[in-house]
Ligand binder design. Structure first.
Ligand SMILES: Cc1ncc(COP(=O)(O)O)c(C=O)c1O
Length: 382
């Protein structure tokens, strides 16, 4: 359920990204290299690149994205299909507006990335929550509930926030639903870039032979959030309608200067070196955090899955209101928010999602102390 705070009434508009003060990810970033690349391009920027430019994005950057996706995510794509956006969130928004008319329905995972529901609401569409189990989205449930939905939005590589990968069987069922019902699948692959498991799962888009999958991703989760860069891989028949939405919202995406610098950052190998380093840091953080929670918060927090990248899902004692607990938290080194932010309906049990991308190890004790205080003060006294 998206809380009032999440909807911007009396609090931060996106608590799942805003409520933290940690800096781990930022401290690791090779700032000197980045500054050099940005100034190199700032000095040499040609007049051609100072105009509106191609609304699909800066050509060489799109080329780099296409190469990366073919090599690492088994995505079937050509440069012409890549649209650069300011963020994955904007990509979801453009896709929702291009594919859905007001009042159309769309399956969303229950639980899901909260911004998914926001993108549907902004398009005037209706979210049909479809539960996620150990194999990913329950397609049979979705068909029984609303087989004629126009769109399904899924995170198959790494379900957000639970971390499960969609099984091969479910992937095939979902693709055949889309083929038979004329539905579209939006594959939100944002969390795959940062796969901590060692054996990344290939994209769903790569299995699609009917052009029914719209792929949304980013290469900047490990970089820094202010670098607004996401992208969409659009089936060829839909490029025109996606461009119409892009032009209606804004003609161009992120500054061409940042796209140029990022192109070099990837081509010169800085990106892959940084990613390997960040992967190690994140595994260390995740292991330390999960171990500390298990050792120090018995009976208060239960770790659901320590494989969900960059966020750890924990459950609260039954009956506790997680929005209430989250509201009592001070600003922490990690982004901690109520699990109910990820649900359209009521979650079976409240919990806290701990986004640890910026969490420094030395901040874990203070954070756990704050979590325990917030939970204790939320337990009703008899
Ligand atoms: C699964 C998923 N989709 C979309 C987004 C949106 O990313 P951004 O906030 O960079 O737009 C996120 C961010 O955490 C995410 O985890």
């Amino acid at each position: 359920m998206i809380s009032q705070r999440a909807m911007g009434i009396g609090g931060p508009a996106r608590p799942w990204v805003q409520r933290h003060r940690g800096a781990n990810r930022l401290e690791q970033f090779p700032l000197a290299v980045w500054s050099k690349l940005v100034s190199r391009h700032a000095r040499n920027v040609s007049r051609d690149l100072m105009g509106y430019g191609d609304p699909m994005g800066y050509g060489p950057f799109r080329e780099v994205i296409a190469e990366y996706l073919r090599a690492f995510r088994a995505v079937k794509c050509e440069l012409a299909q890549i649209m650069v956006t300011t963020s994955p969130q904007q990509a979801l928004q453009i896709a929702a507006l291009a594919l859905l008319d007001a009042k159309d329905s769309a399956w969303i995972e229950e639980p899901a990335y909260p911004g998914t529901h926001q993108a549907l609401q902004a398009a005037g569409a209706r979210a049909v929550p479809v539960p996620v189990d150990a194999e990913g989205l329950n397609i049979e449930y979705g068909i029984q509930q609303e087989g004629c939905a126009r769109v399904a939005i899924v995170t198959p590589s790494h379900q957000f926030p639970m971390g499960v990968s969609m099984s091969s069987m479910r992937r095939l069922e979902l693709l055949s639903w889309a083929r038979e019902h004329g539905g579209w699948i939006i594959e939100d692959d944002c969390n795959s870039e940062y796969d901590l498991r060692g054996t990344p799962v290939s994209s769903l888009q790569g299995l699609d032979v009917d052009g029914r999958v719209i792929y949304v991703g980013t290469l900047t989760k490990a970089v820094f959030p202010a670098l607004r860069l996401g992208f969409i891989v659009i089936p060829k028949d839909l490029i025109r309608s996606f461009l119409d939405i892009r032009n209606a919202t804004d003609t161009f995406a992120t500054s061409v200067l940042y796209q140029m610098a990022m192109t070099d950052f990837i081509r010169e190998g800085h990106f892959s070196r940084h990613m390997s380093r960040m992967r190690e840091v994140q595994i260390e953080t995740r292991n330390a955090l999960a171990a500390a929670i298990i050792a120090q918060t018995a009976g208060l927090l239960e770790v659901v899955d320590d494989e969900a990248d960059m966020q750890l899902v924990t459950l609260l004692p039954p009956g506790l209101d997680d929005v209430d607990v989250a509201a009592k938290l001070p600003k922490l080194s990690a982004a901690v928010y109520a699990l109910s932010e990820c649900y359209v309906s009521r979650p079976p049990r409240g919990g806290l999602v701990i986004g640890y991308a910026n969490l420094n190890l030395e901040d874990i004790p203070a954070m756990l102390a704050a979590l325990k205080t917030a939970i204790h003060t939320s337990i009703p006294k008899h």
